[in-house]
Design a protein around this ligand. Structure first.
Ligand SMILES: O=C1O[C@H](COP(=O)(O)O)[C@@H](O)[C@H](O)[C@H]1O
Length: 266
């Protein structure tokens, strides 16, 4: 059970003492969203990140989820990807394939990874093209506020510097308003070449979950979640503010250790 399930400014912040409880609650949440989306639209369009998130959502490969989730209706996308061969140890695709996708019966043609044979700029362009086709056929919903795709769920991790996806602090990609997918060739975290969803796409999703564990991320979690004034305008994690969708933070105790929970209300 979450130590705290407090709500703050329309966001939900869940804090867990034990990692396995976080994994179970997150798996419950994802499978409930999947069920609701399949019932409503016939499909579930989910965009995942790389990093520590993957071992956490690996819980979905276990019973009961492995049997109860309608995997045939899942369409998988990457919120961000490193422009590397798919079998490279640093590829987000490889991480997800090894730790999750190869263990559940997702239809291979529903797995939309990037073109890894071209430049970062072209890979971003190609990926946006793929997403546009799937918006046209309504595999991915469309936002009624912007013309952006409206993913049923976007799963984000966060780095110790407050980056989400491959959107880094003080980087010009944070200002991108027109493109759905953009590229980076100077990522401060290696590897340097990446593609990433832009903030308008992330903030158009129906549901966004930010999953953060470990004490190295406590300061960034505090700056992103607590009201710390206008001094950190370009902290990417703080810029995750879905226009109409729901935002839930999943934190372990260590990541939440600097939060000012007294300002939360149940
Ligand atoms: O480089 C990346 O980092 C973030 C955070 O990773 P984590 O291992 O600290 O959780 C990740 O969400 C992103 O997808 C990845 O490309």
């Amino acid at each position: 059970m979450a130590l705290s399930g407090a709500k703050k400014d329309g966001r939900e912040v869940k804090i867990y003492e034990y990692l396995d409880e976080l994994r179970t609650d997150l798996a419950d949440y994802i499978s409930e969203l999947s069920e609701a989306s399949v019932k409503e639209r016939g499909v579930f369009a989910i965009a995942i990140s790389g990093g520590s998130l993957i071992s956490i959502i690996g819980k979905l490969c276990e019973a009961p989820y492995s049997k109860t989730v309608d995997w045939s209706k899942w369409y998988i996308f990457w919120v961000d990807e490193r422009v590397l061969a798919k079998n490279h140890a640093d590829s987000n695709y490889k991480l997800a394939k090894d730790g999750f996708l190869s263990k559940v019966p997702i239809v291979p043609s529903h797995v939309h990874s990037i073109n890894d044979t071209v430049s970062a700029e072209k890979a971003a362009e190609d990926y946006e093209f793929v997403i546009r086709q799937l918006v046209r056929t309504r595999v991915i919903n469309v936002s009624d506020v912007s013309d952006c795709p409206k993913f049923d769920l976007i799963l984000l991790g966060m780095g110790p510097d407050g980056h989400i996806a491959s959107l880094f602090p003080d980087h010009s990609t944070l200002d991108e308003k027109d493109e759905w997918v953009t590229f980076v060739t100077d990522s401060p975290k290696p590897p340097p070449e990446r593609i990433t969803f832009t903030l308008p796409v992330i903030n158009s999703a129906s549901n966004v979950a930010v999953v953060v564990t470990g004490s190295s991320k406590a300061e960034a979690a505090h700056l992103a979640i607590d009201d710390v004034g206008p001094d950190y305008p370009s902290l990417p994690a703080k810029m995750v503010q879905p226009t109409k969708g729901k935002l839930v933070w999943y934190l372990d105790n260590a990541a939440a250790s600097k939060l000012d929970c007294t300002k939360f209300s149940d």
